[in-house]
Design a protein around this ligand. Structure first.
Ligand SMILES: [Zn+2]
Length: 374
């Protein structure tokens, strides 16, 4: 049981609804399933203990369900039409359109990813959302072989500055190089948009990836805030829906544009490409968001950093990339403790290794579930 749920309803109400939902859903669920569906989704499963699971995000892709994971409150929202189901890892209680329902087996959170027990997947798809097996809905997902790492800023554009004089452009270039080394050891082909302290216009960074047929684009940045207490790790994917904080950050990161004298005309050309980008956006956004969630979870957990979560924002550098693309803010240079951590080479190595592990975990899951994610 969670504090969050208790805020929504009193214990008494909760108990009543548990009883009612057990009657309504529990029995129907038990009686409703005589055999498991033959849908390709269920042909490859993962076993933990004695239970069989499918990766939760594959489940959502398969049925075309819209999802959102709030890493801070640990709630997963699944949407279809007007229906919203809120789930929490390890909890039998779920909220369907703000009313509590009971799941026989909760979703579980392992190794930076969420998994849904097959029986719960059948229950949610058939009885909660009334969906049929629809193999045609299986989402396409790209295999990741070539990655472009984009160290933010460079040259005249230093990016964020720390109290002790640490510059974002140096920190992110160092992390990018370390990340490249680690990913190459794992067999990925990796390219950097800049290898030294030079200015690279934002539109050229995305174009660099587009011209090389790259599978994944990751831009590395360090954060800044007026509030010296602000700290933590966050990951962004390209989106039009954005909150004020994300909008402010995008404005700050996009400010690199002002250093790009003489590149303004070309920058405008990028704007005319936005229609193409909008079309590409939806297809790539799902994968970008999924990867963002892996990176945020695994990296913040393994380094003990505050998880600020996964957010959508309009970053110019991501907007031009016609492939899944994310932007990582590794920490706040304006926070004393985080600045001194980021000044430390072994900490930068650990960040690089954790991001690398997130990418390979994501890729491994792709291979494991190849049977239904293609
Ligand atoms: Zn930056």
């Amino acid at each position: 049981m969670t504090k969050g749920l208790l805020k929504i309803m009193t214990i008494k109400k909760l108990l009543i609804s548990i009883v009612i939902s057990s009657l309504l859903f529990g029995c129907a669920f038990q009686a409703g399933i005589t055999r498991l569906p033959q849908a390709p989704l269920y042909s490859q499963t993962v076993t933990f203990g004695t239970m069989q699971y499918v990766p939760f995000l594959r489940f959502c892709d398969y049925y075309g369900l819209d999802w959102d994971w709030d890493l801070v409150s640990q709630r997963i929202k699944v949407k279809r039409g007007n229906d919203t189901l809120v789930l929490r890892p390890d909890s039998n209680l779920a909220l369907l359109n703000k009313k509590s329902i009971k799941l026989d087996y909760p979703i579980e959170y392992k190794d930076g990813a969420a998994y849904i027990p097959i029986r719960t997947a059948v229950f949610v798809s058939q009885q909660v959302f009334g969906l049929e097996e629809k193999p045609a809905l299986i989402a396409k997902r790209h295999q990741i072989k070539t990655i472009v790492i984009d160290p933010g800023h460079g040259g005249k554009d230093s990016g964020a500055k720390g109290r002790y004089g640490t510059r974002e452009k140096h920190v992110v270039l160092d992390i990018a190089k370390r990340l490249k080394r680690d990913l190459e050891k794992k067999g990925f082909r990796v390219l950097l948009t800049r290898q030294k302290d030079i200015a690279v216009p934002l539109y050229k960074r995305a174009a660099f990836a587009n011209e090389r047929g790259v599978d994944f684009f990751i831009s590395i940045h360090a954060n800044a805030s007026r509030y010296s207490q602000a700290r933590g790790f966050e990951v962004y994917y390209p989106s039009d829906a954005t909150d004020d904080g994300a909008r402010a950050l995008a404005a700050a990161e996009n400010a690199s544009l002002k250093f790009e004298e003489g590149e303004i005309t070309k920058g405008e050309n990028l704007a005319t490409k936005t229609t193409v980008w909008d079309m590409q956006l939806n297809e790539n956004r799902r994968e970008s968001k999924e990867m963002a969630y892996y990176i945020c979870n695994i990296t913040a957990d393994s380094l003990g950093l505050k998880k600020r979560g996964v957010k959508g924002a309009r970053f110019v550098v991501l907007k031009g990339a016609f492939m899944p693309a994310i932007l990582v803010e590794v920490g706040f240079l304006t926070n004393r403790r985080e600045e001194s951590k980021l000044k430390n080479a072994s900490f930068r190595e650990r960040i690089a290794k954790a991001i690398s592990r997130s990418i390979s975990t994501y890729e491994r899951e792709y291979e494991r579930t190849n049977g239904f994610s293609k």
